[in-house]
Design a protein around this ligand. Structure first.
Ligand SMILES: [Zn+2]
Length: 313
């Protein structure tokens, strides 16, 4: 108990101090660090061999680092999925180039297949580490009308930004802890409950939809409803698809403080689920007779893209 209270106290001290680092990659590193602590010794050894001694953290951001590389252009849709309000994943319009749910299935199958080359396995592992993180950023399973919050202009601490960017990176910008310290704080303060949907990527994508009213609602928060008349009591007053032109919401410390519980819970959930996934893949890989045939029509786009990247690298 005291340990938890102390950790919270220390965290609050750091909460409002100034950032010294670039934060864009922080979420991924924290998720990878949590996952690394929950790998079985056998899985950890396998991962170490595959990554030639590099850690999960070290590769977690590679797919984002390569986004400017023209060869990786085909992988752009892998990072997200659009599920509009009121719809399920199945009922949503599918991107022929793939999405994060199909990509997670594809890379899970790829990494589970003992017949694949080391280069393919390393690529699959790298993507899984990255994508499990991405899918737990609530706006990576977003609405098509605002491109997962990318078209929602906001002022973050007075500077022009957008809602997606805030959740990707800027929400970390006032947390001066190291990634390791943040992961340790989450380990001490969060609980992990194994859910029915343990390995169900569709369920992961859909479970952040109910968080949208909290993420988008700004009523009486940081004075973000401007003009005041645009706000309805308790309603999602900015970011409603029909109101994309309203004045940018002002987000800052109050928004951060109120949404930190969502951020922390999602980071921890992602880390634990990533570990479960890798442990399960490693176990499955060891029993080759359980292999499923490696083929699904919706994986064609991924296969083609990976072939391009791996051949020309
Ligand atoms: Zn990404």
């Amino acid at each position: 108990m005291w340990q938890k209270l102390n950790m919270r106290y220390i965290f609050l001290i750091y909460l409002f101090t100034t950032s010294l680092f670039a934060w864009g990659a922080r979420g991924h590193r924290i998720v990878a660090d949590i996952a690394a602590q929950h790998l079985t010794p056998e899985t950890a050894q396998w991962v170490k061999l595959l990554l030639s001694g590099r850690s999960l953290e070290a590769v977690a951001n590679n797919p984002d680092k390569e986004r400017q590389n023209p060869l990786w252009k085909c992988a752009e849709p892998f990072h997200f999925v659009n599920i509009d309000d009121g719809l399920t994943y199945q009922a949503s319009k599918k991107n022929p180039g793939g999405d994060i749910v199909v990509s997670l299935e594809y890379f899970t199958a790829l990494l589970s297949d003992p017949k694949k080359s080391t280069a393919e396995s390393v690529m699959a592992l790298t993507w899984l580490v990255h994508l499990v993180g991405d899918l737990h950023q609530p706006l990576h399973s977003g609405r098509s009308c605002d491109k997962g919050g990318n078209k929602i202009d906001v002022l973050w601490l007075g500077k022009t930004s957008n809602l997606h960017k805030v959740w990707d990176s800027q929400i970390f910008s006032k947390l001066r802890w190291s990634d390791k310290a943040h992961a340790a704080y989450l380990e001490g303060s969060q609980k992990f409950e194994r859910r029915e949907n343990s390995m169900n990527f569709v369920a992961w994508a859909e479970e952040t939809i109910p968080l949208r009213p909290q993420i988008y609602t700004c009523y009486q928060k940081d004075g973000c409803c401007r003009p005041e008349s645009a706000c309805k009591n308790g309603s999602a007053s900015f970011g409603a698809c029909s109101k994309l032109t309203t004045e940018p919401a002002r987000l800052g410390y109050q928004y951060l403080e109120e949404h930190k519980p969502i951020l922390d819970a999602q980071l921890y959930l992602a880390g634990r689920r990533l570990a479960e996934l890798l442990n399960a893949i490693h176990t499955k890989k060891m029993s080759a007779q359980k292999q499923q045939p490696f083929q699904k029509p919706e994986w064609a786009a991924m296969e083609k893209c990976m072939a391009t990247i791996l051949k020309k690298k």
